[in-house]
Design a protein around this ligand. Sequence first.
Ligand code: CP
Length: 321
Amino acid sequence: KRHLISATDLSHDDAVLILDTAEEMGRIADRPIKKLPTLRGRTVVNLFFEDSTRTRISFEAAAKRLSADVINFSAKGSSVSKGESLKDTALTLQAMGADAVVIRHHDSGAPHRLATSGWIGGSVVNAGDGTHEHPTQALLDAYTIRRRLAASGAACTDLAGRRITIVGDILHSRVARSNVQLLHTLGAEVTVVAPPTLVPIGVEHWPCAVSYDLDAVLPKSDAVMMLRVQRERMNAAYFPTEREYARRYGLDGDRMGRMPGHAVVMHPGPMNRGMEITAEVADSPRCTAVEQVTNGVSVRMAVLYLLLGGAEPAATKETHE
Ligand code: CP
């Protein structure tokens, strides 16, 4: 495969290969020299039109650990603020010989447009587009669940039969969309839980169950993924009061106590502490939020390695064409 735009791009075997490759990459982090020469001479561009902490930094760390050159592009402070289009921005990056473009964009579909336009010769990786998808987040979440299961003694290549609950602002969540697809591909039974106003139209076509009752679902969950309430994408009419939301859909210590003893709490970050998750839960050893960030580097190394490892570098490709 040349691009990673959606979790639906990945078959079961593709997803397991990425998780297995990420395990190998994770072992490098334990070495005194945390680098592989695999992508020496390749250029990875981080093209971020929307703010990011975890995704941008971890793609940069991943590319550098594979010895690629990294160009960080942020729309803020660039000619995008003078009105330059995605096309002209992409053509400028192509002129500099980008082997991979990691793009985050506020418009759903922008990575797909970039991958199919011919403006870019290299691979395109979706780092989050609007409310659409965030496939590497779903991969690192699946990787984190698989590692926790392995640590508790369960032998597993995928997540067959595991019960994963995704809670909160499903309507605006690209993390939820990618996770529902990927976790289903890996054999998990997924339930999304949200207030009725934050459940998207068409959810009945998603490969998951829908519930409005968090307390009923918690005792039957192997992992509970709390989502950030995305106030910046929200019309006030959609949203209950913060207090009401926290009371019905927030995860506090009492609710966490209703989860099975082995079950973990996940959060993709950034968190609204006190809204969807209390500080007590966020800082508990059952919460994998920080571990997810660490795992994100291994997973993004695996994605870049598998997309670019066998491909011809952009610089030599030009001379052949
Ligand atoms: N989880 C996630 O995508 O975080 P950032 O917005 O900080 O990249």
